[in-house]
Design a protein around this ligand. Sequence first.
Ligand SMILES: Nc1ncnc2c1ncn2[C@@H]1O[C@H](COP(=O)(O)OP(=O)(O)OP(=O)(O)O)[C@@H](O)[C@H]1O
Length: 718
Amino acid sequence: MATRSAAVVIERACKYYGSQDKPDYKPVLTHLDMTVERGTIYGLLGPSGCGKTTLLSCIVGRRKLNSGSVWVLGGKPGERGSGVPGPRVGYMPQDIALVGEFSVRDAVYYFGRIYGMKDDKLRERFAFLCELLELADEGRLIKSLSGGQQRRVSLAAALVHDPELLIMDEPTVGLDPMLREKIWEFLSELARRGKTVIITTHYIDETKQAHKIGLLRDGQLLAEESPEELMRKFDCDTLEEAFLKLALRQDHLPPRRQSALTMSPDVIPERSIAGSQYSSRETFNVITSSTDILTKDEKPKDCNSKSKARYKAVFIKSIQQFSRHPGGLIFSVLFPIIQVVAFFSAIGHDPRDLNIPLINDEAVFSPYGLNVCRNSSLQPIIRLEDEICEFDMISCWFIEEMEKKLLYPLPYNSTEEAINSVSRAKYYGAMHINRNFSEALAIRLRDSDANDDVIKDSNIEVWIDTSNFQISNFIKTQMMKAYKDFIKRTMIACGKNEGIAQLPIKFHKPIYGENDAQFQSFMAPGIMITIIFFLSAVVTSTLMISDRLEGVWERSAVAGVKPKEMLNVHIILQSGVILLQTIEMMGLAFLGYGLHSQGSLLTCGILLFLQGLCGMCYGFLLSIYCGSYTMSYFVATGSFYPMILLCGILWPLEGMSTALRYIALTLPFTIPSKSLRDITEKGYSIADPSVYHGFLVTLAWIVITLMLCLIRLKYKKM
Ligand SMILES: Nc1ncnc2c1ncn2[C@@H]1O[C@H](COP(=O)(O)OP(=O)(O)OP(=O)(O)O)[C@@H](O)[C@H]1O
């Protein structure tokens, strides 16, 4: 039966990064053995990059060894009921790993709450730590503190619950010698009380106060001795000298022997701590399985803090983080308003002040000159002779109708000049009316066998700059409408059937929508969906990545918070924000800008809300699969554009190839945009396939993205 004096036992640990047969292969720990006895301070030393942090993260259960075993406080890290990660261990990582928006008090309380500490206990402990670590004013925000002040708060957060095992990665960097001394005194006091401390530091001198020092080099511990023993063995006065000799000796050994260095009796016998209470590894840690170590009854009660307490802690943290981040607040609350206002103010309105250079030869050669159409006493003349219409200056009516359609003819003297003005991009179109336009038009309408000259003279010639697709289309459409009204007016004046000169196509009242279809009402559903999707995706990915990069996620996980709990809290809070955004957008669109909906506004709201959730899940996916902000922005931008381009609001799906259309239909807001439009424009209900398909696509995206996130979280520690 094993004795139970070891807090941490590591046997033949191997850990590497990358893949063994790839260039990124980086072995860090190679058959490393390590033992930390309970109630001792263990100083872990080693050059930068030798693997100290990796080793600590394996001890706290955040990384897995590739082979070998780790036992911590009688259990395997991550094992159910082991309390590691969790309340039995206090972890101070190398980085500050605290939310910048936390106050000093919030930071310490956050970890206390995770461990389920009661408020009065927390208050008491916080007061003690404030004094011990000389913390800055409790109300100051972490982001406003100096590096040293932040480090002290970070240390306080690791100590708040008085853990059995305290693991600290470089806790004293940047602290003044007096405070360092005070901290070491406190650590010694902890050890006297039976607590175990593992500490990495760059100050070799500091480790004199440790009970045991482990020197990590080339993936192994070159020595694991008390400081006195090390100096005695190497006949040195300082630890630095001892380490130097040890390192030199290792460098001079052939590689094969280097790996056996710790076993070599002439170097440092593995467990030969003279005067130590331990004589060999076997006496304190022959451990073969967790059941050898602690029986069920021996396991400390409540090893894992309560999920409810963790939820409460993470909730409070997220609210503090959000409410103290003005940028995030503005982005979430104000941006939907700005974007909806921008859309309704800028999109779908007819172009205004469009001047069209016009050479009206009919006017130029009339006795009244160019201004004939402006002179109300010189109106076009329709003579009815023998039931036959004769026109004079009828072009003035066409010009009037054009002006009603927002096209303003600008008198020019020559066709060449007018076309030139379009070539120089001054105007979008020019037109020419022939000298005997009225006369030729009268013949054309009257005689079915009018000759080519009559046809030519009765045509109005137009030159358009089509490089601007929207404007050129607008000019063409408005001219057709102007012609329709002009010819109707003319025929009525002649007492003829107005339909004679119209296009022989009859458009009935539209089955859905208005006669004069509005681009705005076509685009609005898709735009609202894209806004709510993107905002949620960006807010979620940014918050999650910042938590991860700042180390808050990692540190919370070591304290026992499960990824699922972090995600759930974010989902609940973000759902509130999405609901607010949905109400804001719908209020503005339907009440503010008078967007009309034939169908249920509630169904519209639910679909928009679900799209927001879908965007949030997409944000999770980005934050979990992208290692950095840069990568997430690249992926976000790279994916959002195709989603918008293919969703059918910019160009109909019918214009795409069949394969592309199928791809477009699987994207998160192609079908939902159409569904929302079908509710607003056609009044369809949720029972209609074109509406519930939108809901199904949205739900499918939510489920698939969440599953991908959970799979990644399960198999790869974040
Ligand atoms: N996630 C990772 N992927 C690939 N390599 C990594 C990763 N993390 C660490 N490494 C590499 O593993 C080695 C050990 O890193 P580690 O951070 O454990 O060293 P360390 O001793 O704590 O260094 P320092 O004292 O500078 O903090 C380094 O060479 C580092 O570049």
